[in-house]
Write a protein that binds this ligand. Structure first.
Ligand SMILES: [Zn+2]
Length: 129
């Protein structure tokens, strides 16, 4: 795999933003489907409007049902929201450890990545992540 470590262009950042938002929508679609499979018909129309955790809190579902469904996807959602936050704050694409650019090829596979590959491997080796 070639390594392209450089600042991202505005267009590239926009592309990653779209990828991240699409992925987030897909996850929420999964969460809605999963919730519907667990609750009675009367809640289904309410669940259709759920797009984030705040919406979820508005529905009168049993907490363990919500938590059970959400917990499995929570890490992914947090990683995506964090990446979107970094885009907003102009920090997207930089490694949190060495502050060098995360290579483009890696971001294309994992647009929510916050470490470059060498740092990620090193942190894993040391049991930090
Ligand atoms: Zn790094």
């Amino acid at each position: 795999m070639s390594k392209t470590r450089r600042a991202l262009t505005k267009e590239e950042i926009l592309e990653f933003k779209e990828m991240l938002e699409k992925k987030r929508d897909e996850i929420w679609q999964d969460i809605r489907n999963e919730l519907k499979s667990r609750v009675s018909e009367e809640y289904h129309s309410l669940i259709n409007d759920v797009n984030d955790e705040e919406d979820l809190a508005q529905i009168d579902l049993q907490e363990e049902v919500i938590l059970g469904v959400l917990e499995a996807r929570k890490k992914e959602l947090e990683a995506i929201n964090h990446a979107l936050w970094r885009i907003e704050h102009g920090e997207y694409g930089r490694c949190l450890e060495c502050e060098d650019w995360i290579c483009l090829e890696r971001l294309k596979v994992r647009p929510w990545a916050v470490y470059c590959l060498p740092c990620k491997e090193e942190l894993e080796r040391r049991g930090k992540i």
